[in-house]
Design a protein around this ligand. Structure first.
Ligand code: NAD
Ligand code: UGA
Length: 434
């Protein structure tokens, strides 16, 4: 099938590359010239394991192209995916201006035939209806079309795996024709790996996405609440949560306490969901509690550092990991950045390192020392703070690290290191909820 992807970010690029790899003819459109310039050289503008090789493979096979032009992309395609960003407004409401802009531009490009317009961006319930109304209003030629919701559940860092082997494909379609086109599009995945398909109404699909992210965020905040209590009562949250998670009704995943969830999606999506509840006149206390616990998570961690160092002013503190999670260079809402801001404000000298996110962080802070590896971070530091559990931090030569540090103090914000091993080497180790 012929597919246009409008908005070639994490989701659009992954979707486009994977659909091309499944045999479809895909054009990815973006209005960011810098991004397009890289993509046209078959280079990925983001760090996502495996994606660059797959861009090259499919572009060279002629199945994947990149363009700034929405009109020809829409005209040549059977299916048009809206994958633009839906950032939060100041009050938490999802800002749908990019979705609306794409709907308008798509409408003007329509010139006959039948098209399926797919909303893949994460949006509040009833957005697809607004997209349909906008297209009706702005289209200049007779065209039949359906607007379908197909929410995306990929995680950054494992985007290709999540797309090729999805837990489920949710198709929100209110017309038989739209449903059939979507099933045909995903047929290779449905046949090859028997990906479970949930066909639901458009409104349900929109709510499934916000509901899923809110539930995942709730699990993390529950873990952080238990961690808080464990710190108070000197119990070990890992033991507690592991035993709780053995119950298959609860599940072990997403119960790791730490310095809180970040990223471009959980914080904004639960804020948008809270707004949807408020608008519906439903008490959003549940979502508010998730946010409050998440905010306390990194603040509690900094308080423990303050207790340990007594005075932060003038101390040198090393930070390992800046991205919001490992295997990505994405720093949006990364807890590490909040911790750095706070420690800077308290007068600390910061030395930082991340395997992939340094370029992006350098644009934010000019008054921190950027190091080329963790050993340089350790040199002269009075404490090391691990904020992102990159694999390379788990296998460091901690003997060498200790020899470099001014005082051997490790704060493990992700419970990623081995406390027994570090204590045996003479470190003072502080984790989360233990
Ligand atoms: P992103 O910011 O990485 O990418 C969005 C892209 O859209 C950008 O490249 C931007 O230049 C482009 N764009 C914006 N307006 C445009 C226009 N009018 N014409 C052409 N291009 C335009 O965003 P993302 O992380 O890919 O997220 C996209 C959507 O998918 C959001 O709603 C997000 O909540 C959702 N989502 C994201 C993830 C994730 O892991 N990042 C996962 C699931 C769902
Ligand atoms: C999340 C969801 O997992 C995806 O299903 C969804 O598609 C995506 O949001 C989205 O809508 O954008 P992502 O943000 O890429 O994916 O990353 P996650 O692996 O979910 O991690 C999010 C944050 O939670 C990270 O900061 C991570 O460190 C934190 N986390 C995760 C914890 O603190 N504890 C855990 O147990 C799990």
């Amino acid at each position: 099938m012929k597919v246009a992807i409008i908005g070639t970010g994490y989701v659009g690029l992954t979707t486009g590359v994977c659909l091309a790899d499944l045999g479809h003819q895909v054009v990815c459109v973006d209005n960011d010239p810098a991004k397009l310039a890289l993509l046209q050289q078959h280079r990925a503008p983001i760090f996502e394991p495996g994606i660059e090789a797959l861009i090259a493979k499919n572009a060279e096979a002629g199945r994947l192209t990149f363009s700034a032009e929405i009109v020809p992309a829409v005209r040549q395609s059977d299916v048009i995916f809206i994958c633009v960003n839906t950032p939060p407004k100041a009050d938490g409401t999802a800002d749908l201006k990019y979705v609306e802009q794409v709907a308008r531009e798509t409408a003007k490009a329509l010139n006959g035939g039948y098209k399926v317009i797919v909303d893949k961006s994460t949006v509040p319930v009833t957005t697809a209806e607004k997209v349909r109304e906008t297209i009706e209003r702005y289209k200049t030629e007779h065209t039949t079309f359906d607007v379908v919701s197909n929410p995306e559940f990929l995680r950054e860092g494992s985007a290709l795996h999540d797309t090729f082997e999805p837990d489920r494909i949710v198709i929100g379609a209110d017309s038989e024709r739209g449903k059939r086109v979507m099933l045909e599009l995903y047929r290779p995945l449905i046949e090859k790996i028997h990906a479970p398909v949930k066909i639901v109404s458009v409104r349900s699909a929109e709510l499934i996405k916000h509901g899923a992210n809110t539930f995942l965020a709730a699990k993390i905040s529950f873990a952080n609440l238990i961690a808080e209590l464990c710190e108070h009562s000197q119990a070990d949250s890992r033991e507690v949560l592991e035993a709780i998670g053995i119950d298959p009704r609860i599940g072990r995943q997403f119960l790791s306490p730490g310095i809180g969830f970040g990223g471009s999606c959980f914080p904004k999506d639960i804020a948008a969901f809270k707004k949807t509840l408020e608008t519906a006149g439903i008490d959003p206390a549940f979502v508010r509690a998730i946010e409050q616990i998440n905010d306390r998570a990194w603040r509690r961690f900094v308080s423990r550092l303050e207790q340990e160092l007594w005075v932060i002013d003038g101390k040198t503190i090393g930070v390992l990991g800046l991205s919001f999670k490992p295997n990505t260079d994405d720093i949006r809402n990364a807890p590490a950045l909040k911790i750095i801001e706070k420690l800077k404000a308290d007068g600390a000298r910061l030395k930082v390192y991340d395997p992939q996110a340094m370029g992006k962080v350098k644009q934010l802070f000019t008054d921190v020392e950027y190091c080329h590896d963790p050993y340089q971070v350790a040199k002269g530091s009075q404490a090391l703070v691990l904020c992102t559990e990159w694999e390379e931090f788990k296998t460091l030569d901690f003997k060498k690290i200790k020899a470099q540090m001014a005082t051997p103090l490790i704060f493990d914000g992700r419970n990623a290191l081995n406390p027994a091993e570090l204590t045996a080497l003479g470190f003072r180790y502080v984790g989360v909820g233990r």
